[in-house]
Design a protein around this ligand. Sequence first.
Ligand code: SF4
Ligand code: SF4
Length: 471
Amino acid sequence: MTTQDQEHFRDSIGTITEEGKRNYIHPKKPKGKFTNYRTYVSWLLLAILFIAPFIKINGNQFLLFNVLERKFNVFGQPFWPQDFHLLVLSLLIGVVFVILFTVIFGRIFCGWMCPQTIFMEMIFRKVEYWIEGDRPKQIRLRKQAWNAEKIRKRLLKYVIFFLISFIISNVFLAYIIGSDKLLKYITEGPLNHVGTLIPLLVFTAIFYFIFAWFREQVCIIACPYGRLQGVLLDRKSIVVAYDHKRGEDENGRKKFRKNEDRNELGHGDCIDCNQCVVVCPTGIDIRNGTQLECINCTACIDACDEVMVKTGYDPGLIRYASEDNIEKGEEFKFNARIKAYSAVLAIMIAVLVTLLFLRTDIEATILRLPGQMFSTKGEVVSNVYTFKLINKTVNNLDNVVIKLMSHNGEVKIVGGNSKVMNGGMTEGTLFIEIEKKDLSSSKEKLKLGVFADGELIETTSTNFPSPLRIK
Ligand code: SF4
Ligand code: SF4
């Protein structure tokens, strides 16, 4: 076979027919060791996803990504736009981690952790199996005319799909606006909050469209991470792979025949039963080699292992393996690329941890009111400022006062003392008054302290302009 023939499968994708129409995939229900493990992992991840917005730590939502009000909680710790650098660094660490993970373990994330795969395979597909049955029944139902049975099954399936999509949208909304607000909106009646209800229904429609119709197309044509596989994977990356050396002899694959001694005939272990193909949710034949469509869901491993056990061969004809492992029997090694990515990742994590330790609980910013000149009253020079206090702690700060630490003088907050709620921010105006005799230049640098209930909690600095000739 020429290389061109061998690569012919790359000319088309399994989900599009030769006429260019959608070829709906009806994968056989997977079962086996890996499917069980993936099911347990998905239960855990789904539980975390659904419960996390309703967990509170010291009154703070465990995970909150309120981009609208720019409030973020991670593990119950409030983060503010002022901590944006930490968020960016965390995202960068996430990207490097995913790259490193992909270089070593291929697309394992897609099969085990990706929300798209978990929702599709562990929720929507399971509902589909429950209503329409396994692959043969689904194919028959698709082909059959619209009779009472088809209408009933499809209607039931799509109503349940819509309800699940609606629930998922609500959970995502709880991450954005906060679970308290979500529950409040629900109890007050959604129609009283149409501004939230409409986006909620739009997202429900998007989820419904993805899981009822678009499905594996997300992984095949829309997912940017999937597109990156070509540059991230190398011959040492561990992926779901078919061991063609073990599966085939020089004449290719041979079908199973009863009472035939395949070992004596020199046949490979693949009996060309197609079970690895019919079980694949993206409609590919893993025996053609690593493909962009493969989401490493392990369904073909389970299907082939079952066949191997039934035919008396060792399982693992399809397994987690690198190309070098299959071609040369090489075990996994840390190559230069993996070492480089690991070093970058370690440095970034060290920087993030340091920044987290250096992060102050209270952030005070005092800036001169733009366009305002100093004023003098007798021997006293006065300047007006705006201040902003951000409380990143989980405690309310009562009786917040700001005092001069570097000079004698007075700080007068307009409206008196301030109070800053936990995870909250307060801003206002203040005057700083200093006598001329206590100033030594026309632009004095001041150090100020922020006190809550008499305790110094943060220091900050600002400039204090005054008349040029002051002495
Ligand atoms: S080839 Fe195997 S691991 Fe890849 S998507 Fe298909 S069934 Fe899943
Ligand atoms: S399931 Fe295993 S034996 Fe059957 S066709 Fe696939 S690789 Fe060959």
